[in-house]
Design a protein around this ligand. Structure first.
Ligand SMILES: *[C@@H]1O[C@H](CO)[C@@H](O)[C@H](O)[C@H]1NC(C)=O
Ligand SMILES: *[C@@H]1O[C@H](CO)[C@@H](O)[C@H](O)[C@H]1NC(C)=O
Ligand SMILES: *[C@@H]1O[C@H](CO)[C@@H](O)[C@H](O)[C@H]1NC(C)=O
Ligand SMILES: *[C@@H]1O[C@H](CO)[C@@H](O)[C@H](O)[C@H]1NC(C)=O
Ligand SMILES: *[C@@H]1O[C@H](CO)[C@@H](O)[C@H](O)[C@H]1NC(C)=O
Length: 205
């Protein structure tokens, strides 16, 4: 009996400790900075800097894991917490922006007038998020596998994507994963549904 009580206490303490890991807190300050990022990533700027400023049909070679779509989120939803997916979003987005930066010459307008600053802004937001949501739990296996493939130096099976599509996907999944920040006039849109992006003003370009 004593043993059972001790066990119960341990479970209870474990839960108390684990609680902050399950919920990620999006502070008003974090949301404000995420919304500035949203503005910088709006459809017309993405089109100008990530499509028109590149040669027609220009593509980059990326790993499959470097594209983070809405579909990925719904697939991973059962096996990972929101916190894990948000973390993954930060990692994949960071890689995406860096990847585009590596192909841009120093003086390219997309680098100078847009992407470098966007990346700096992004890093600050990421740091702010990590601070407020410190990682204390175990990373689920599915997420660990994805991270491993992202780092795999013998990676096989690259795919070609346009620079714009990398950030289009990042933009949509950001809305899905941080939807509390994107409540408009009290309305919570279902950003996780692909339909949301089909009908709207958001051009897929
Ligand atoms: C995107 O942002 C730019 C610069 O702030 C602004 O001029 C433009 O109207 C915005 N476009 C859309 C579609 O919101
Ligand atoms: C670009 O891709 C589209 C669709 O795949 C193709 O129809 C078009 O001819 C390509 N344009 C150039 C300049 O390669
Ligand atoms: C997203 O899904 C595609 C297709 O199933 C997969 O190849 C890719 O690795 C996934 N990306 C992430 C970040 O999980
Ligand atoms: C993930 O699952 C939660 C709880 O089951 C649900 O509320 C949420 O809408 C799901 N999100 C996605 C993107 O499917
Ligand atoms: C939100 O509400 C205000 C005032 O009712 C309105 O002017 C504005 O256009 C609304 N914004 C959106 C995005 O619907």
């Amino acid at each position: 009996m004593v043993r059972f009580e001790a066990w119960l206490l341990m479970v209870f303490l474990g839960l108390m400790w684990a609680l902050p890991i399950w919920m990620s807190t999006l502070t008003p300050q974090f949301c404000t900075s995420l919304k500035t990022l949203e503005d910088r990533l709006n459809a017309s700027l993405r089109k100008r800097y990530l499509k028109h400023n590149f040669p027609i049909n220009y593509t980059l070679q990326v790993r499959y894991e470097e594209v983070f779509r809405l579909k990925n989120i719904s697939k991973l939803n059962d096996s990972a917490d929101l916190r894990d997916l948000q973390e993954l979003w930060f990692e994949v987005t960071d890689r995406g922006i860096k990847k585009i930066l590596t192909v841009l010459p120093e003086k390219h307008p997309t680098r100078r007038k847009y992407l470098k600053e966007l990346h700096d802004q992004f890093i600050l937001i990421e740091e702010n998020f990590q601070e407020q949501n410190p990682y204390e739990g175990a990373i689920p296996e599915v997420i660990r596998d994805i991270k491993e493939r992202l780092e795999d130096t013998n990676y096989q099976g690259w795919r070609s994507v346009t620079p714009k599509s990398l950030l289009d996907n990042c933009y949509r999944s950001m809305h899905c994963l941080f939807k509390d920040c994107f409540v408009i006039n009290g309305t919570q849109y279902d950003y996780c549904k692909p339909q949301h992006w089909r009908k709207g003003k958001e051009t897929q370009g």
